[in-house]
Design a protein around this ligand. Structure first.
Ligand SMILES: [Zn+2]
Length: 185
């Protein structure tokens, strides 16, 4: 189904909360580096961030999104962590004239430290969490064995991926129907 429109949601999805214990897809530093490399096209340039700090940000984003869906308050530290990491790299905008038409370019000022890709994810988390329209479209996959979050582009979307979780759910319902002998849809 392609990438979600929010990198903050994709980042939150690197924590699988339906396993016991939870599965952290960024626990392995090599896997974490790969994740940042695959996201590079939609992030400012910069090296992969410190793995521990990145996981703290990820846990904070996951908690903020899960708490919204679960109707509970987020941990106070989650807000603090997102705000702190979003503030690590100041930005400025300028007119770039390297293309046929002038375009706005954002500069990420890492001169005083900070990691631009990670700060950009934190900033997108701020933007998402304070956007009632997008938060209204935040869903968790209807497959009870899947913890994937996504922004639903239509009210009908229930699964993270129709061809994986959606098919699995349809197959399970079909199995239930044929086993119980009922024919209700
Ligand atoms: Zn799913």
């Amino acid at each position: 189904m392609g990438g979600e429109p929010s990198i903050a949601v994709d980042f939150a999805d690197t924590l699988v909360t339906t396993t016991e214990p939870w599965t952290d897809l960024l626990a392995d530093p090599a896997a974490a580096t790969r994740w940042w490399q695959t996201q590079a096209a939609r992030l400012p340039a910069g090296p992969p961030p410190d793995p521990l700090t990145a996981r703290r940000l990820r846990n904070a984003v996951r908690d903020l999104l899960d708490s919204h869906l679960e109707g509970r308050a987020a941990h106070a530290t989650s807000v603090e962590d997102v705000n702190a990491i979003a503030a690590t790299v100041p930005t400025s905008v300028r007119i770039a004239t390297d293309a046929a038409a002038p375009r706005a370019e954002t500069r990420w000022h890492v001169e005083a430290g900070g990691n631009a890709p990670m700060a950009a994810v934190a900033r997108e988390a701020v933007s998402l969490i304070t956007d009632p329209e997008r938060m209204g479209r935040l869903r968790r996959c209807a497959n009870p064995e899947c913890s994937m979050l996504f922004l639903a582009e239509t009210k009908r979307r229930m699964w993270c991926t129709a061809n994986l979780c959606g098919n699995r759910a349809r197959a399970a319902r079909h199995y239930q129907r044929t086993r119980s002998g009922t024919t209700d849809a």
